[in-house]
Design a protein around this ligand. Structure first.
Ligand SMILES: C[C@@]1(CC(=O)O)C2=NC(=C\c3[nH]c(c(CCC(=O)O)c3CC(=O)O)Cc3[nH]c(c(CC(=O)O)c3CCC(=O)O)/C=C3\N/C(=C\2)[C@@H](CCC(=O)O)[C@]3(C)CC(=O)O)/[C@H]1CCC(=O)O
Ligand SMILES: NC(=O)c1ccc[n+]([C@@H]2O[C@H](COP(=O)([O-])OP(=O)(O)OC[C@H]3O[C@@H](n4cnc5c(N)ncnc54)[C@H](O)[C@@H]3O)[C@@H](O)[C@H]2O)c1
Length: 306
């Protein structure tokens, strides 16, 4: 029978005394934040070039040790002004224990070389210094594995088969990529903006306030769904949802917002267009008066809705 992943109990399950069984052998899946962190990368071939790509995107500072020739994309990153300051290249083989570059000076170490005994030695050095290491050619000695990845803006997905089938990981990645909604990146950005606005409006950490904020956000996400979340990229929509929803301790559905925000938006469009027409016709006094009246009406309408 296929095993299923149960996962930890959610906040709402906590009350039910439900304790799913532990299934050992997993990796801890994390999203490492490496901005400005020192990373040691040993090797200059195809695998090292792939490591380098992901490290550069994470903002790390990479010390690269490898003799020439380098895989061409690595040479490109070293000379390209947009990435050159992130890479310090030592053009020579790494010497293991006798090397002046010490693994203890780095947050992570990665070897991608065609030299098993040297990789094993680097791994041993890292264990002694308690530095996490990825050894591309000896999976059992890795503290962490890479995986097939999808990155669409802030959304990141990683697939791991626990080292069993890297190619299978890439194939599963392609299935997931096809299944994702086209505008998923916009959904994630939209909900990110709403969360950030909410935290400005209701600051503080933990306690009752924190719980309220989380409950409201969770219910709102469930009510709106991923597709509608793209609409939170619009500032007016966010304000409306927070004014009407959060401030009143209730939920506002996408359909409720649709009417209101569109109406206000349309008014503004009309005001703008009307203003232009009047200016073009040169009837400025009457136009300005009417525009001021319209703006005042909108202002009152907006505030009455709060
Ligand atoms: C996912 C991906 C991420 C990445 O590297 O960034 C990744 N390998 C990728 C591709 C790939 N690697 C290999 C092939 C040839 C076909 C095949 O063997 O399947 C292909 C396919 C190809 O190139 O298309 C050969 C290979 N890989 C490893 C060994 C050593 C060994 O097993 O002994 C050998 C044998 C060398 C030999 O035979 O001599 C080891 C590892 N490779 C991992 C990750 C980790 C486990 C991932 C997992 O849990 O699934 C792990 C354990 C350690 C690590 O690398 O961290 C990336 C796909 C990225 C993408 O396409 O986007
Ligand atoms: N994890 C993976 O996804 C994966 C995939 C394919 C291969 N591999 C394994 O990873 C290793 C590297 O693969 P590759 O395709 O990049 O090989 P490669 O032959 O293209 O590159 C090896 C690189 O290591 C450099 N090198 C050798 N000795 C060195 C030393 N002492 N110090 C610094 N650099 C040194 C070489 O100059 C070369 O640049 C292989 O052993 C392979 O078995 C892993």
């Amino acid at each position: 029978m296929a095993s299923t992943s149960v996962g930890p109990p959610s906040r709402s399950d906590m009350a039910n005394d439900s304790y799913p069984p532990i299934q050992p052998g997993a990796s801890l899946m994390l999203a490492l934040r490496l901005q400005d962190r020192p990373i040691l990368l040993i090797g200059g071939g195809v695998v090292a070039s792939q490591r380098l790509y992901f490290l550069l995107e994470s903002g790390a500072h990479i010390t690269l040790v490898s003799p020439s020739p380098l895989e061409p994309s690595i040479a490109h990153r070293i000379s390209d002004p947009s990435t050159s300051s992130q890479i310090k290249w030592h053009e020579r083989p790494y010497l293991g224990r006798t090397d002046p570059i010490k693994v203890s000076d780095f947050d992570l170490v990665m070897t991608a070389i065609d030299d098993n005994p040297l990789s094993a030695q680097v791994c041993e050095m890292c264990r002694e210094e308690r530095v996490m290491v990825n050894v591309a050619d000896i999976p059992p000695q890795c503290d962490f594995y890479f995986g097939a990845q999808i990155r669409q803006g802030p959304l990141q997905i990683m697939i791991s088969t626990g080292g069993l089938g890297p190619r299978a990981s890439a194939m599963i990645r392609d299935i997931i990529r096809k299944a994702l909604p086209e505008n998923i990146e916009e959904s994630v950005k939209g909900i990110g903006s709403l969360r950030s606005d909410l935290r400005k409006r209701a600051p503080g950490v933990g306690g009752e306030r924190g719980q309220q904020r989380m409950d409201w956000m969770k219910d709102l996400c469930d009510l709106w769904g991923l597709e509608q979340m793209t609409r939170f990229n619009d500032e007016e929509t966010r304000r409306f949802v927070l004014d009407q929803g959060w401030d009143n301790g209730k939920m506002v559905s996408p359909t409720e917002v649709k009417g209101k925000v569109q109406k206000v938006g349309q008014f503004w469009e009309q005001v703008k267009q009307f203003g232009h027409t009047q200016l073009a016709a040169g009837v400025s006094g009457f136009g300005a008066g009417l525009a001021v009246a319209t703006v005042a009406t909108i202002y009152l309408t907006r505030n009455a809705a709060r």
